[in-house]
Ligand binder design. Structure first.
Ligand SMILES: [Fe+2]
Length: 310
């Protein structure tokens, strides 16, 4: 079974050094090293864009040129992918792990070595996925930050990256694109300062060439441009927070009790009486839970929800 993991992705940096001084908050650029990630570079469908499109059975996202942001995209059939690419649209190949076993194995191994919590299959808080990006020359992505962490391997061509630390929001749970004027209510509550709308002038440029690896932490601002065609592969992981772990675990715990499984009847009723009754019922449930709470341990909750097996 062909695979590789965090050791190969980070080389020559060791996992010890990575966990001690980089993960999870600092960005990391690793210049190309001869022979590194051989298993990945030998995958036939990653040899060039034509091979990647030929191996594709599901739709490809094509980024609309109006906004330079991958979330402004349309889905196209693989047979039309090269046509839209020739019209200067970046192609995004989601879920690459479903179309190649080496990528799937590596993704699983990297997630496990990062120690990212997944919980049960249904919970799958980590949502590990691999995404390939084919970017024509003269394109790019405008300044944004993501709620997940990305490990990027440059396969062919090159791409310039500018990274800027985020001083407006720590550990964001939502993605945001500069100047999009669309911010989720959740992100608005998390920001403690105004978000920037452009990269500061003195920001250094990182040139990703074949074999280079880049880790962009969750929340770190980044924008990209290409002066030639670029093909890269991402390993992307959501960042399950303690709040996620707690709420998932608590839900597992509460659902063992028929009173908590009861329909939240009348909570948004137009009848004020029914609504007041519902609020009072919830109040009672919460008070009862609060009184029991000191007997609930973290370990118990983790075991209930499958994050721990002890
Ligand atoms: Fe991004």
């Amino acid at each position: 079974m062909k695979t590789f993991g965090l050791d190969e992705l980070l080389a020559p940096l060791t996992q010890d050094e990575f966990f001690k001084s980089v993960w999870p908050e600092k960005p990391l650029f690793i210049p190309a090293v001869d022979g590194k990630l051989k298993e990945l570079f030998e995958i036939p469908q990653l040899q060039n864009l034509e091979a990647l499109v030929a191996a594709r059975h599901s739709k490809v996202r094509a980024c609309l040129p109006d906004f330079d942001d991958e979330y402004s995209s349309i889905h196209v059939e693989p047979k039309d992918a090269l046509k839209v690419y020739d019209n200067n649209m970046t192609l995004v190949f989601d879920n690459m792990q479903l179309q190649n076993a080496t990528i799937a194995n590596a993704l699983r191994q990297i997630r496990s070595e990062l120690g990212l919590p997944m919980g049960t299959e249904e919970n799958n808080l980590c949502k590990a996925r691999s995404i390939a990006y084919a970017t024509p020359a003269g394109c790019g992505t405008r300044l944004h930050f993501d709620a997940n962490v990305n490990f990027i391997v440059q396969l062919h061509g090159s791409k310039s990256w500018k990274l800027v630390a985020n001083t407006s929001v720590k550990n964001p749970t939502e993605r945001y694109t500069a100047s999009s004027f669309e911010m989720s209510a959740a992100l608005e509550k998390q920001c403690h300062d105004m978000l920037i709308d452009e990269v500061p002038d003195d920001t250094e440029e990182i040139l990703m060439e074949p074999g280079c690896v880049l880790m962009v932490p969750r929340g770190y601002w980044h924008e990209t441009t290409t002066s030639e065609e670029s093909l890269s592969l991402n390993f992307t992981f959501s960042q399950p927070s303690w709040a996620d772990i707690f709420t998932k675990s608590m839900q597992e715990h509460l659902l063992q009790n028929a009173d908590w499984r009861e329909l939240a009847d009348g909570l948004e009723s137009l009848d004020e009486k029914r609504k007041a009754l519902a609020v009072s019922k919830f109040e009672d449930l919460v008070k009862k839970l609060a009184s029991e709470f000191s007997t609930i341990s973290g370990k118990y909750l983790l075991n209930e929800s499958g994050f721990l097996n002890e």
